[in-house]
Design a protein around this ligand. Structure first.
Ligand SMILES: C[S@@+](CC[C@H](N)C(=O)[O-])C[C@H]1O[C@@H](n2cnc3c(N)ncnc32)[C@H](O)[C@@H]1O
Length: 206
């Protein structure tokens, strides 16, 4: 992690306790090494959703649905939140959590490649959250812009990629570094990179 561990602990200590379902998911993720966004980034997502009134939301890479639940709860009633993951096992586990969290009615579950799922759903989105495998980030950047409404938000996790963007060696390092540079250069987006946890890019479509 890129944040000073003491600051990370301090920030985590400020957070209100999560409910039983989210707390269990955080515990399971830590035990099984599931790379969830965790509560500090989840609160950024929820805050962006609440501040903009986003209702139509597409998530690229959802694992067992931790971030999806935060998005769905923040979007509230009449929302349409799309969950995507390549693993049917992840999707089944996520569905059980959605039922327990009381958000199933606003979530649509797609199993398979996230961008293929996006292509199958029509229309523009208020917010797209990107958390797929990092080698996929450049292709995500080619695909997402026309799928967001003007004034919509494109949010991407892991954009500091445990500092590997400073000296990219692996394909995933190069993909994230390339993604960040291109994202900042796109005139249709106004982007900021928040150095929280592993880095979060927030891009407003102009
Ligand atoms: C970092 S985890 C997602 C964590 C989730 N956003 C959260 O914070 O709770 C990435 C997940 O996306 C899935 N994934 C990665 N690339 C994908 C792709 N191109 N299409 C569909 N799923 C993908 C992986 O199987 C993994 O479960």
């Amino acid at each position: 992690m890129i944040v000073n561990p003491e600051i990370e602990r301090y920030m985590l200590g400020l957070l209100p306790l999560r409910d039983e379902v989210l707390a269990e998911m955080e515990e399971v993720a830590a035990r099984r090494n599931v790379p969830i966004i965790g509560p500090t980034v989840a609160r950024i997502l929820a805050q962006l959703v609440m501040a903009t009134g986003a209702k139509r939301i597409f998530e690229l890479g959802s694992a067992f649905g931790y971030s999806t639940i935060w998005l769905a709860r923040a979007a509230g009633k009449n929302a349409e939140v799309h969950y995507t993951d390549g693993s049917p096992d992840n999707a089944r586990e996520a569905q059980r959590y959605f039922d327990r969290a009381g958000v199933s009615s606003v979530i649509q579950v797609h199993v398979g490649d996230a961008l293929a799922s996006l292509a199958q759903v029509r229309g523009e989105f208020d917010l797209i959250f990107n958390d797929v495998d990092k080698e996929g980030y450049p292709l995500v950047l080619e695909t997402v812009p026309p799928r967001l409404k003007t004034g919509g938000l494109f949010v991407t996790d892991n954009t500091l990629w445990h500092e590997a963007i400073l000296n990219p060696r692996e394909p995933s390092d190069k993909a994230v570094a390339n993604f960040n540079q291109k994202l900042y250069n796109l005139s249709q987006f106004f982007t900021t990179l928040l150095p929280i946890r592993d880095g979060v890019c927030v891009s407003l479509k102009l």
